[in-house]
Write a protein that binds this ligand. Structure first.
Ligand code: CTP
Length: 395
């Protein structure tokens, strides 16, 4: 259940902070990606370096850290958007009181306000604290906000007292986290999504072909994002060197004609995303054997391939959403809008090849989403953009 999920682990300043190290490990063993935010007090119990090296990410502590870049102060917003679940374990009475009152004076509490995911609070306290009227009231308040609470266990406490306040066993926290994640319904739940990605190859002879520099990264990111948002995803891709995203069923093809035939078989999908960089032309004649240099070829006839997106547009099913891409080097918006209309797509995602850090092989992108009455810009890593695009369209 936790495999492939993104968890923010919030650690506050209680003695059980050391147990959060094991919790992080168990989340990772279950296949989750974890980022850690700590309150400044938590760093008295466990060094942030421990969490940083285990999670592979910087640990967010202060909103305005002196040594970091000024842009980093928006990290709580990015993390809040990134996460599938925010687990605060251990959560002290102080942080609980802040959360109950919307106070956001450190990265952890600010991320609570920015979080779009469910929040699981594991309160831990010593002595009579857990039973105090203010903690009781604050717990009720956060439960009313819709946050999940995993009650502490009774037993031997750090003060030497016996009472209710111990962090539950790691297994219980994992079970609760799985239960919460399992109950989340993504906006694409129950939808069949077909994504095409990567280049096609149009062979001239057995060793030469016409193609383009598409890496497939944007299409793979779209497939991964659709899967994360609950869809059943089929990915048809040309020759790329990328790993199939977890949970996605992938088929590989070579030529534009292969892609066309493969898309026709899956064209009953609820959503089709044509991210493939399909070759517009293919050689009119292919040679069975390698064309030897000395024989030469004076000219080469090309014929047009089928425009698959246009075919989909013409054969659109009731209720189906068709999303195309437009790769342009000039007049991006104008050309992309023409493709939207001409190909009868519902949305076109326009890429400009002339923008820095965008386009074919880059990990980042800058795109314009065009709908009948919409024009919206998205910038970031291809993974971030893919998720934002799908949430914008279907969220
Ligand atoms: N496309 C397609 N079949 C083709 C060519 C393109 O389905 N034979 C799809 C692409 O997957 C993309 C969209 O059409 O979703 C636009 O592709 P693009 O290469 O930008 O435009 P073209 O239609 O090829 O037009 P042009 O080359 O004139 O820009």
């Amino acid at each position: 259940m936790l495999s492939g999920k993104r968890i923010i682990l919030g650690v506050t300043g209680g003695i059980a902070a050391y147990k959060a190290v094991f919790l992080l490990r168990e989340f990772q063993k279950a296949g989750a990606e974890v980022r850690v935010t700590m309150t400044p007090s938590a760093t008295h119990f466990v060094g942030s370096e421990t969490f940083a090296s285990l999670s592979g990410h910087d640990v967010a502590i202060d909103i305005f850290p002196e040594e970091e870049e000024a842009t980093e102060w928006t990290r709580h917003i990015n993390w809040g958007e990134w996460a599938d679940l925010f687990v605060i374990a251990p959560c002290t009475g102080n942080t609980l009181a802040k959360i109950a009152n919307g106070i956001s004076d450190n990265m952890l509490t600010a991320t609570v306000l920015a979080a779009r995911s469910p929040i699981l609070i594991c309160p831990t306290m010593d002595g009579e604290m857990y039973e105090s009227p203010s903690v009781t009231q604050n717990l009720k308040k956060v439960a009313d906000f819709g946050y999940h609470i995993l009650e502490p266990e009774s037993g031997f406490l750090a003060s030497g007292l016996e009472g209710k306040g111990r962090l539950p066993e790691i297994g219980s926290i994992l079970d609760k986290a799985s239960e919460i994640i399992g109950s989340i319904k993504g906006p694409l739940e129950g939808k069949k999504v077909l994504v095409t990605a990567g280049p096609t190859r149009e062979f001239i002879d057995p060793v030469r072909f016409i193609s383009n520099p598409s890496s497939g990264k944007m299409g793979f990111a779209m497939a991964a994002a659709a899967q994360r948002l609950g869809a059943e995803v089929t990915l048809i891709h040309g020759p790329v060197s990328l790993e199939t995203p977890e949970g996605v069923v992938a088929t590989s093809i070579i030529s534009a004609q292969d892609l066309y035939e493969s898309v026709q078989q899956k064209a009953d999908a609820d959503i089709v995303i044509m991210a493939a960089a399909v070759s517009d032309f293919t050689p009119a004649q292919t040679f069975e054997h390698k064309v030897k240099k000395d024989h030469g070829v004076d000219d080469m006839q090309l014929k047009a391939t089928t425009d698959i997106l246009s075919w989909l547009g013409k054969n659109k099913k009731a209720g189906q959403t068709i999303i195309g891409f437009a790769m342009e080097t000039e007049n991006l918006i104008e050309n992309a809008r023409t493709k939207l209309i001409r190909k009868n797509a519902d949305w076109i995602i326009g890429n400009s090849l002339t923008k820095k850090d965008a386009g074919f092989e880059s990990d980042t992108n800058h795109v314009h989403l065009l709908g009948e009455e919409t024009e919206q810009e998205f910038e970031g890593t291809k993974a971030e953009i893919a998720e934002r695009l799908l949430k914008y369209i279907f969220g």
